[in-house]
Design a protein around this ligand. Structure first.
Ligand SMILES: CCCCCCC[C@H](O)CC(=O)SCCNC(=O)CCNC(=O)[C@H](O)C(C)(C)COP(=O)([O-])OP(=O)([O-])OC[C@H]1O[C@@H](n2cnc3c(N)ncnc32)[C@H](O)[C@@H]1OP(=O)([O-])[O-]
Ligand SMILES: NC(=O)c1ccc[n+]([C@@H]2O[C@H](COP(=O)([O-])OP(=O)(O)OC[C@H]3O[C@@H](n4cnc5c(N)ncnc54)[C@H](O)[C@@H]3O)[C@@H](O)[C@H]2O)c1
Length: 725
């Protein structure tokens, strides 16, 4: 059923009923027209209340309908106009969510009542479009241009208490919003409605407002580089200032269709559904997310309170899970405790501003040096240094101290989860939980299954990810897992580009213009060049273990770039030392400037090694870096380390700053066309047979030979997920 109507005395209650989120599909819109028309004509009805079933008002338009003919039947804005013009007062009872078209529907009502838990917003920008059922025209008329612009351009989900302050809703109730809405509807019967019809409000413009909008455009260009939707949102809001409501609506429509033509909405909507699909994991045994039960996690522990441990503690605490936090000595414990407490204070402040009580919304954190205190916890996350021997020592301890059914997780960036599990008495309870830095902010969680990891452990870790508000993606165990493994060939290409004549700022600029949050060299400076250097030294790729006589630019018969090693040997570790690929104002500084030292060093290096310079071509930079990423992605699929291309894209969109409006590296390869990707890689590999990472993957060749089928069909060409190692 799409919408139903019942009578509460003289108030008709129309309920949208389209589980799970009451998306306003074509059938819902038809039903709304019918029910609203009947209520309007019914002489017994004096007021109308609109709500949603399942304690959710509505998540907006049915995203699956975009690009189909269904979106064209019964426009939502026509329904909104009819509601707004109603002679009987209409009240929206907002429970749970009123997002996108859901809020636009509520804005057409004359009054809005929300429950305290509700969230409202216009998040269309996050899926590449703009509110296109009058939202960009009604909201500025209700709360003013600056506040509306912030809501629309950022696409935030706004808590009810803030929505009340902004004036988006008229009333917030602790209890039942429907009862409160019915009461309000009765109260306002016979009141004049003119001022409640937002389309009739006029916005007065002045030069300050124009300056404000111009500044917003410049800010959005910088902040959302390359994304078209935020700019379209600003243009639509600008129209609300200059044009009549109906002309503004027409502008909104035009902007919607011109955005659609860019291809960005399709990529972002693919990313939206891919995130949801990632939760629906499958296992080679045939087990799935809906066949396995997760164990509840009532208490947890985190070992190591460094960069990662701190963020993980905060994430757990925000999910109301009490945490025991452990360090190696009193001094480190004190440092960690200070850092965690300061982050917790910030969280508490945010909660207070939202009208929530911090003590009942944050799990407690207990600091200790005593592993003995871990005997009752349900789950432990280890986040000590990336060192196999140290991790094994910790897991031996955990195995003997923790209760037998406790889950033991490692936050390693890429070490062998099976080897870590092998020192415990319960390898089935051991699993990788690879968070991203800062762990309390970044949404990605790679959940790494080992050979012996139980299905319950997988279900529990995936469920924990959801509880922490993360996008959890299940991956197999191989060196560096998925995201970091793909970075290898990408960074390798970036380095080769420097050897061939480019400078760090040129490569970064090209990748940032492509849409990456940060180019490869800025990213390396931020993460610390020493991390990779230590790992290459351990592997014998640099340092004393390299056999005498090895050519500087070759290892194990393949091309090698020693540039990053040379920087590290000069003490240039990136931001932390104030020098890396860039120079910074001070050690720990954030603003990098091109460094003449690097320029000079690169020029000398090229001369020494007689490297032929390439003519400058930013397109080539993007192609080489992005195709190197995608090619490794195809190998990961072949190996069964990721079970589908969508999972890889979710990882890149949420953990590596890939521009969501390009869908992810696999979606990008698909949109460029697999035959073109293959051709480019083939040409490069033919000219550079000593760069094996650019040898086209077998799966890429297979899919290209099939003519490059749509990405949703690739799954059928991929083998069953298996653990490699
Ligand atoms: C000129 C042309 C006219 C254009 C008119 C434009 C009108 C309007 O301006 C455009 C919009 O409203 S655009 C829309 C603006 N609104 C948004 O962008 C809101 C997008 N949604 C969300 O942010 C989150 O889903 C919620 C916060 C709603 C729930 O979060 P949660 O509790 O973690 O749950 P969950 O796991 O996330 O979802 C559960 C299931 O619901 C599914 N589904 C959800 N929303 C859907 C939708 N709108 N549609 C379809 N499906 C939707 C989701 O896929 C999943 O399905 P599955 O098959 O079970 O996997
Ligand atoms: N930093 C990142 O961006 C990042 C991202 C993802 C994963 N990781 C992984 O997370 C792990 C931690 O990395 P980090 O960056 O937080 O390191 P870090 O150096 O910032 O912190 C490690 C912490 O572990 C503590 N520690 C060491 N031995 C201990 C012991 N025996 N008992 C208790 N605590 C001990 C140290 O005192 C230190 O505070 C590593 O495996 C790393 O590869 C790091």
């Amino acid at each position: 059923m799409a919408a139903t109507r019942r009578l509460a005395n003289t108030v008709a209650v129309i309920t949208i009923s389209h589980p799970p989120v009451n998306a306003l599909s074509s059938s819902v819109r038809h039903a709304l027209v019918k029910e609203f028309g009947e209520a309007s004509r019914d002489p017994k009805v004096e007021a109308i209340v609109l709500n949603g079933s399942g304690r959710k008002f509505s998540a907006g338009a049915d995203i699956r309908e975009f690009g189909t003919s269904a979106i064209k039947t019964v426009s939502l804005e026509d329904i909104n106009s009819t509601i707004e013009a109603s002679q009987k007062p209409v009240v929206a009872a907002i429970e749970g969510i009123a997002l996108g078209g859901g809020l636009e529907l509520a804005l057409a009502c004359h009054y809005r009542v929300a429950d305290i838990q509700a969230k409202v917003g216009l998040p269309e920008v996050l899926i590449g479009i703009l509110p296109a059922a009058g939202g960009t025209q009604r909201l500025p008329r209700l709360i003013g241009v600056p506040a509306a612009l912030d809501v629309i351009v950022r696409g935030r989900h706004i808590p009810a208490s803030e929505a009340l302050k902004l004036g988006i809703v008229d009333e917030v109730v602790q209890g039942n919003a429907l009862d409160a809405a019915i009461q309000l509807a009765r109260k306002v019967i016979g009141y004049p409605l003119n001022k409640k019809r937002l389309s009739t409000v006029r916005i007065s413009s002045d030069s300050n407002l124009e300056d404000f909008l111009d500044t917003a455009v410049e800010k959005a260009k910088k902040q959302f580089r390359g994304a078209k939707a935020p700019l379209a949102c600003i243009e639509a809001v600008r129209a609300s200032v200059h044009l009549s409501y109906h002309q503004g609506l027409e502008k909104e429509r035009q902007l919607f269709f011109s955005l659609w033509a860019t291809g960005q909405p399709q990529a972002q909507q693919y990313a939206f559904f891919s995130e949801r699909e990632a939760g629906k994991w499958t296992h080679s045994s045939g087990a799935r997310w809906d066949t396995e039960e997760a164990k509840p996690i009532r208490t947890a522990a985190v070992i190591g309170l460094g960069t990662m441990g701190r963020g993980i503690v905060i994430s757990l605490s925000k999910a109301k899970i009490p945490v025991i936090a452990i360090e190696q000595d009193a001094q480190q414990l004190e440092v960690g405790k200070k850092a965690v407490n300061s982050l917790l204070e910030r969280e508490a402040e945010k909660l207070k501003q939202q009208g929530s009580v911090p003590s009942s919304n944050l799990g407690s954190v207990h600091f200790t040096l005593d592993f003995g205190e871990l005997q009752d916890v349900d789950l432990v996350i280890e986040a000590v240094y990336e060192n196999m021997e140290l991790k094994k020592e910790i897991f031996r301890k955990l195995s003997s101290v923790c209760k037998p059914d406790a889950f033991l997780c490692t936050n390693t960036s890429g070490l062998n989860v099976d080897e870590i599990a092998s020192v415990t008495h319960r390898p089935n309870q051991v699993i990788g939980t690879h968070f991203f830095s800062p762990a309390n902010i970044m949404r990605l969680l790679e959940v790494v299954r080992g050979q012996q990891t139980s299905l319950t452990a997988i279900a529990t870790a995936m469920n924990l990810g959801k509880k922490l508000g993360k996008v959890a993606v299940l991956v197999g165990n191989c060196p560096l897992f998925v995201g970091n493994r793909m970075l290898g060939p990408y960074l390798e290409q970036a380095s080769y580009l420097l050897e061939e004549g480019y400078y760090p700022e040129e490569v970064d600029q090209a990748m940032e213009e492509f849409g990456f949050a940060m180019g490869p060299f800025r990213m390396m400076d931020l993460a610390g060049l020493d991390v990779g250097w230590r790992s290459r030294t351990e592997k014998g790729l640099t340092g004393a273990k390299v056999p005498q006589g090895t050519p500087a630019r070759q290892r194990l018969g393949s091309r090698y770039s020693p540039l990053a090693d040379i920087l590290c040997e000069s003490g240039r570790f990136g931001q932390k030392t104030g020098r890396g690929w860039y120079q910074y104002e001070k050690p720990g500084g954030r603003t990098g400037k091109p460094d003449p030292w690097v320029k000079d060093f690169l020029q000398k290096y090229r001369k020494t090694h007689q490297i032929k310079q390439q003519p400058s071509n930013p397109e080539q930079i993007v192609e080489r870096c992005a195709f190197a990423l995608a090619n490794e992605g195809f190998r990961i699929l072949e190996d069964g380390i990721a079970s589908c291309p969508e999972d890889i894209d979710v990882i890149y969109n949420n953990g590596y700053g890939w521009p969501k409006y390009r869908g992810g590296p696999m979606y990008y390869a698909s949109s460029v066309g697999l035959p073109k990707v293959l051709d480019t890689l083939e040409k490069y590999y033919k000219a550079n047979p000593d760069v094996p990472s650019m040898k086209p993957a077998f799966l890429l060749k297979k899919l290209a030979a099939l003519g490059g089928p749509p990405i949703k069909e690739w799954r059928t060409q991929v083998g069953k997920p298996v653990n490699k190692l």
